[in-house]
Design a protein around this ligand. Structure first.
Ligand SMILES: [Zn+2]
Length: 337
């Protein structure tokens, strides 16, 4: 795995093509809304007497601004709290579009992850990778002799989209959280109780869930990829064992609606669907490993079509590798759930 390219692809690849979908807020429960973000992680917002609380900031300054415009179609109350579910750019890089006095809340590890991992990647992306990518696109464009051709028009559109996107990411500016916590944090806002909880490493070592206690709704961040293959990134502290355990524990709770990090809004079963995916895959890997197959052979033998998911298919071999490695490191019988 090449961490840098991998991470950049994760955070930015969807910009190379134009975003689809709209930003219309959907009311899930009284005063609690969701925006299925077409350009980043899903957004939740809760309108209270004392102001608006938002979960996640979107993927870029422009995406953040679009999210705020969408919120403004519902309420003119001040945006007072912004909760960040985890360190990934598609959930936090919209911050600069938010008001400067909004209170930002996150797990204690997020700030460190941002400083040690995100900042370096972003700088390299801005200073080296993206300018080189644009220069290459420009060369391709110039090499087309027929400027009236469809090929030229397609390349030109791609070039312009990328130039716009480059301008957008140049303005990304992370802001330090105002409130951080280790295990949990209870926020009382007017008559609403919002519980922020860290259940240990799963998707990342800073992923939190946000429970809207008055509504039986949970925002899971990327602990749930509803309907698509999940991203597992070793450098960000992925822990599939604990991820499964967390989802199984949450499934026992009084939850009705699940806002996933990505994908459509689900009922409680979305939690179980995600842990069942990991359970099935890990059992398959363990059985093949015990039968003497190597990691490479296991990747060949497991059929992606046995898994009823669509999207991020390129992550499937990575999922297998990460689970295999966890299995090797943690020993036999580890997958007995
Ligand atoms: Zn993520």
């Amino acid at each position: 795995m090449k961490p840098l390219l991998y991470l950049l692809a994760f955070s930015f690849s969807f910009y190379i093509t134009k975003a689809q979908g709209d930003y219309n807020p959907v009311e899930l429960s009284e005063n609690l809304y969701v925006i299925v973000n077409p350009e980043g992680g899903n957004i939740a917002f809760l309108v209270t007497r004392k102001g608006v609380l938002v979960v996640d900031a979107g993927s870029s300054p422009i995406n953040g601004e679009k999210i705020i415009s969408a919120i403004r179609t519902v309420t003119i109350k001040p945006l007072t709290h912004l909760i960040l579910t985890h360190m990934h750019g598609d959930h936090i890089y919209g911050i600069s579009g938010f008001p400067e006095d909004i209170k930002i809340l996150s797990h204690i590890n997020l700030e460190k992850n941002n400083a040690e991992l995100n900042d370096k990647n972003l700088t390299n992306y801005k200073e080296n990778i993206f300018p080189a990518y644009l220069a290459n696109l420009k060369l391709q464009l110039d090499s087309v002799s027929d400027k009236e051709s469809e090929e030229y028009a397609t390349l030109m559109e791609s070039y312009n989209t990328n130039v716009d996107y480059f301008e957008n990411i140049k303005n990304i500016k992370f802001r330090k959280p105002d409130i951080t916590f280790e295990d949990y944090y209870l926020l009382k806002l007017a008559d609403q109780r919002i519980m922020l909880e860290y259940t240990g490493p799963g998707h990342t070592n800073d992923n939190i869930v946000v429970k809207f206690s008055n509504h039986n709704v949970i925002h899971t961040g990327d602990l749930v990829f509803n309907g698509s293959f999940p991203y597992l990134i070793v450098e960000h502290g992925v822990d599939v064992y604990n991820w499964i355990r967390t989802l199984d524990d949450l499934y026992k709770e009084n939850i009705y609606t699940v806002i996933p990090g990505h994908g459509e809004i689900g009922r409680k079963i979305a939690l179980k669907d995600q842990s069942d995916y990991f359970r099935k895959l890990s059992h398959e890997i363990e059985a093949l490993k015990n039968a003497g197959y190597t990691l490479g052979e296991i990747k060949e033998k497991i059929d992606i079509n046995d898994y009823d998911l669509k999207g991020n298919e390129d992550q499937f071999p990575v999922n297998i590798e990460v689970i295999y490695t966890e299995l090797v490191n943690k020993g036999r019988g580890w997958w007995e759930f």
